[in-house]
Design a binder for this molecule. Structure first.
Ligand SMILES: Cc1cc2nc3c(=O)[nH]c(=O)nc-3n(C[C@H](O)[C@H](O)[C@H](O)COP(=O)(O)OP(=O)(O)OC[C@H]3O[C@@H](n4cnc5c(N)ncnc54)[C@H](O)[C@@H]3O)c2cc1C
Length: 299
């Protein structure tokens, strides 16, 4: 008889007994996941799923692999937006020579994790992984005002990333992220900065992503997102407001970082106490703002 209850750490061999299915199309994948209900889960790069037994997280009876689905692949630029397939890997995204509006996303992909992980970890997995405050693409996508296209048994629909993040864990079976859609108007620039204990690709203690629209030298609109600090990356409206109305210099950026710190409730962790995650935000905001004047942003 097949069990439908999640398998816990007390059964470390559970993952090796999971079945992996390889549907040939997005429609087949959605149908299979829908029929499996709580017994099934999507499998993208597997870099988060493989940690389930260590994290005392549920292991699915059946994993539906997404690697054969052409609908989830590729990066396309069309009509002032960039569409990034959910199965695009961090490496593929890091190599994308896109407009400055996406520079922060590209940099987040380039600096996250380690080479072997980046070669398989995907955009969709980064967004969908629940309980992963340090996911680097998420703050960069939030700052870039990305939307998520979700496929479900009833068809596809587009949702704001903020709404998608808030509803993870309670969404019906059978849904898959197909792609993210990022607006890329002329004059928009973006940057991402992260801090780790030892440097390199380990999980970030905190990260800051910012996107600004420029009217001459003045910032006319801005979005700032903070990762690693709360349980889920979040936008900081107060920080964004601090950036708008004038030129973006170090002092303005630091004030924005302070505003973000005042808005966040930081989580405690073994890697850093909450107060430290907040204390580094002004410096991260200043460094990210400095990156906005790099040659990459002049395209
Ligand atoms: C040692 C190590 C260090 C890492 N460090 C970092 C880091 O610093 N920063 C960082 O950002 N990442 C890091 N990662 C990678 C991280 O695991 C991935 O970025 C990502 O969160 C998972 O992507 P994945 O494709 O492997 O997803 P998977 O592990 O395959 O899936 C993750 C979750 O998403 C769901 N899912 C996957 N694709 C979809 C989809 N299209 N639609 C709906 N649900 C979906 C799955 O069912 C599962 O619940 C690290 C990984 C490892 C192993």
């Amino acid at each position: 008889m097949t069990t439908t209850s999640p398998t816990r750490r007390t059964d470390p061999g559970a993952m090796t007994r999971s079945e992996v299915r390889r549907p040939a199309s997005l429609a087949d994948a959605v149908r299979e996941l829908s029929e499996l209900g709580g017994d099934g889960a999507a499998l993208a790069g597997g870099t988060w799923i493989m940690r389930a037994p260590l994290q005392d997280a549920p292991v699915a009876r059946v994993y539906v692999a997404l690697d054969g689905l052409v609908e989830l692949r590729g990066i396309r630029t069309a009509g002032g937006t960039v569409e990034i397939g959910a199965a695009v890997t961090h490496d593929e995204l890091a190599a994308f020579d896109g407009p400055p509006a996406l520079a922060g996303i590209v940099d987040a992909a380039r600096r996250s994790a380690f080479p072997a992980v980046r070669s398989v970890a995907t955009v969709g997995g980064n967004i969908a992984a629940v309980g992963f405050p340090e996911a680097d693409l998420v703050p960069a996508l939030l700052a870039a005002d990305a939307a998520v296209v979700v496929a479900a048994p009833g068809g596809e629909r587009t949702e704001e990333l903020v709404a998608y993040l808030a509803s993870r864990g309670t969404r019906p079976a059978g849904e898959l992220i197909v792609r993210v859609v990022v607006p890329a108007p002329a004059g928009r620039r973006s940057a991402f900065e992260r801090l780790t204990v030892r440097g390199g690709g380990e999980y970030a203690i905190a990260s800051v992503a910012l996107t600004v629209d420029l009217d001459g030298a003045a910032v006319s609109a801005a979005r700032i997102a903070v990762g690693g600090v709360e349980e889920v990356a979040r936008l900081s409206p107060a920080a964004a407001a601090a950036l708008v109305g004038g030129p973006l210099d170090d002092a303005v950026a630091e004030r924005a970082g302070q505003a973000a710190a005042a808005e966040c409730t930081a989580r405690e962790g073994l890697d850093a106490p909450g107060w430290y995650r907040l204390a580094v935000l002004p410096a991260l905001a200043r460094t990210a703002a400095g990156a906005l004047s790099s040659p990459d942003q002049q395209k």
